[in-house]
Design a protein around this ligand. Structure first.
Ligand code: FRU
Length: 478
C-alpha cells in the first residue's frame, strides 16, 4: 500500500514566522545543531496525517535561526531497529559529518500500544541533507536490567575528548531518571549508570522525557520533560511539564547533584524543549509550541504543531532566563507605535495585524493601579485571550475564552515591569521581565486580533509595536 502525504486544506491558522511542517503532524524538536554554515532543526513528524503516527524526522535548516528552509524528511521508520518510529534524539558533528542519535520505537505483536521496546540508533550525513542509517544499529540495544521499557530521547555532547549520551528513562519503581553513557567513536557505548533520579512521582515525575544536560555560566543544567508531576495552584498545570534542575555533573562518580525542579514556561502549549550551542557561544533552546492533549483545531486543515522561537538561555541570580535570540529583531518591519501611553479605560494598541511584536514597559512604583489587562479579541466572534497583571501579587494570569483553566506567571519582586509579546496567526509567546518567566500559547481566532490595554487607574506605559515579517518558508531541496 502506498501512502500519500496529507495536504493542507486551509491556511487560516498557519503561522507567519514560526517553523511548521509543510503539512501533517509535528511534535518535539530534535537534532538542533550547527553544521557547515547552517543551523539544523529536526522534528518528530507524521507526514501522512495531522495526528501522531509512526514518527519520522522532519528537517529544516537556516542561516539565522529565523528563516527556515524545509528539507527532505531525514529519517523514515520501518527498519528492524525502528520498525514503528524514529523517536526523539539529538545531533553532533564529528569529522565533518553530521550524526543523529535517535530512539527506535518498536511494538510487540500483541496490538497493545503500551507494550513496546526502545533502543538507540545512529544515522549520518556528509551534506546535511541526505541521511544514512548506520548498518550496525542499534548502538544501544537494551535498557539496563533495572529499567522499564521507557528508555528514550538521547542527548549527545562532547566533553574532554569523549562523547556522552544522557537518556530519559524510568526505573522499576516507576520513577523518572537519567542514564549516562560514554563513547569514543559514537558507535560503541559504555553504560556508566543512573546519574539523577526523581524523588517522587508528585514532585518530579514517573518518567523523564527529552533530557538535555549542558554547562551554562558555571553550572550544569538539566532541562527535561518529566511526566506525572502533580498540579499545584499556579504551576505544573499541563498534563506534563518541561523544566530544569541546576546542579553539578561529576563525570567520575558519575552523578548529577542538583537542586529542585523548576518549570520553564507557564503556558498551555510548550513541551519537550531542546538546546544547542551556537558558534558564538550562546545556549539556545527551541520547544514544541503545543502540548499533548491540547486541542489543535488546525488538524481539520491537514496539519498540527509548530516550534517556538529560538530562545537564548541566560543563567543569573539562581534563575534560568529565556530571551528571544537577538536575530528575532530581523523579523521587524514597520514600527507601528513608539510612544508613552496613558492608559485607563480600554485603549487600543493595534488592530488587524496577525504578526506583531508588542513591547510594554512601566514603573510599578509610580502607580496606585491594582491591575492592568492586555486583551486579544476576535473582532467578530469576540473570542478572547486576557493577560492580566496584579501589582500586589506580582502575578500574571492568562485566561482564554475557549478554555476553562487559567495559567499563571509569578514574578520576583520588581520595580520595572517589562512585557514582550510575539503575536503570530495562532500563537502567542510572552516574555516577562527580560525572560524571567514566559507564557507560550496557541490561540485560534477567525480574524486578526484587536489588541487593547486596560487599567483600573491611570497608568503610564512605554510602548513599541512592530509589524513582523510573514514568511512562506516551506520550499524544499531534493
Ligand atoms: C515527548 C515524546 C518523546 C518521544 C516522542 C515521540 O513528547 O513522548 O519522549 O521520543 O515524543 O514522538
Amino acid at each position: 500500500m502506498t501512502q500519500n502525504p496529507i495536504q493542507l486544506t486551509n491556511s487560516r491558522y498557519r503561522l507567519g514566522y514560526h517553523l511548521m511542517a509543510p503539512a501533517g503532524w509535528i511534535n518535539d524538536p530534535n537534532g538542533f545543531c550547527y553544521f557547515k554554515g547552517y543551523y539544523h532543526i529536526f522534528y518528530q513528524y507524521h507526514p501522512y496525517s495531522a495526528e501522531w503516527g509512526p514518527m519520522h524526522w522532519g528537517h529544516a535548516r537556516s542561516k539565522d535561526l529565523i528563516h527556515w528552509q524545509t528539507l527532505p524528511t531525514a529519517l523514515i521508520p520501518g527498519d528492524s531497529e525502528d520498525k514503528d518510529g524514529c523517536f526523539s534524539g539529538s545531533a553532533i558533528v564529528k569529522d565533518d559529518t553530521l550524526y543523529l542519535i535517535y530512539t527506535g520505537n518498536n511494538y510487540y505483536d500483541d496490538g497493545d500500544p503500551d507494550h513496546y521496546w526502545q533502543n538507540q540508533n545512529l544515522a549520518y550525513s556528509q551534506d546535511g541533507i541526505h541521511f544514512t542509517k548506520y548498518d550496525k544499529n542499534p548502538i544501544i540495544a537494551t535498557p539496563p536490567t533495572d529499567n522499564t521499557q521507557n528508555f528514550r530521547d538521547p542527548k549527545v555532547w562532547e566533553h574532554d575528548g569523549h562523547y556522552y549520551v544522557a537518556l530519559g528513562s524510568q526505573d522499576q519503581a516507576k520513577l523518572g531518571r537519567l542514564l549516562l553513557y560514554k563513547s569514543d567513536n559514537l558507535k560503541q557505548w559504555q553504560y556508566l549508570g543512573p546519574i539523577a533520579h526523581s524523588q517522587s512521582v508528585e514532585q518530579e515525575g514517573y518518567m523523564w522525557e527529552c533530557p538535555d544536560l549542558f554547562h551554562l555560566n558555571g553550572q550544569d543544567i538539566l532541562v527535561t520533560s518529566p511526566q506525572g508531576i502533580a498540579a499545584q495552584e499556579h504551576q505544573y498545570l499541563n498534563l506534563h511539564q518541561t523544566g530544569y534542575f541546576v546542579g553539578e555533573l561529576d563525570y567520575q562518580a558519575p552523578k548529577f547533584k542538583r537542586g529542585d525542579f523548576h518549570e520553564l514556561d507557564q503556558g498551555h502549549d510548550f513541551y519537550a524543549a531542546q538546546t544547542m550551542l551556537t558558534p558564538d557561544g550562546r545556549r539556545v533552546l527551541i520547544g514544541w509550541l503545543n502540548m499533548w492533549e491540547s486541542e489543535m483545531p488546525e488538524q481539520v486543515d491537514g496539519w498540527a504543531g509548530a516550534l517556538t522561537l529560538p530562545r537564548e538561555l541566560i543563567y543569573q541570580n539562581n534563575h534560568l532566563y529565556q530571551m528571544p535570540v537577538a536575530e528575532t529583531k530581523s523579523l521587524r518591519q514597520q514600527k507601528l507605535r513608539d510612544e508613552q501611553l496613558m492608559v485607563q479605560s480600554e485603549t487600543e494598541l493595534v488592530n488587524n495585524q496577525s504578526q506583531v511584536e508588542i513591547n510594554l514597559q512601566l514603573d510599578s512604583t509610580k502607580t496606585t493601579a491594582q491591575h492592568f489587562v492586555v486583551q486579544f479579541t476576535d473582532p467578530q466572534t469576540h473570542a478572547n485571550v486576557q493577560l492580566e497583571y496584579d501589582f500586589a501579587q506580582q502575578l500574571f494570569t492568562l485566561k482564554r475564552s475557549d478554555r476553562s483553566d487559567a495559567r499563571f506567571a509569578q514574578l520576583r519582586p520588581n520595580e520595572k515591569l517589562q512585557v514582550q509579546i510575539f503575536v503570530d496567526t495562532s500563537s502567542l509567546e510572552i516574555f516577562l521581565n527580560q525572560g524571567e518567566s514566559t507564557i507560550t500559547e496557541r490561540y485560534y481566532f477567525d480574524h486578526a486580533p484587536q489588541i487593547s490595554l486596560t487599567s483600573d487607574q491611570a497608568l503610564a506605559f512605554n510602548c513599541q509595536i512592530y509589524q513582523l515579517e510573514k514568511q512562506s518558508n516551506n520550499y524544499q531541496i531534493n
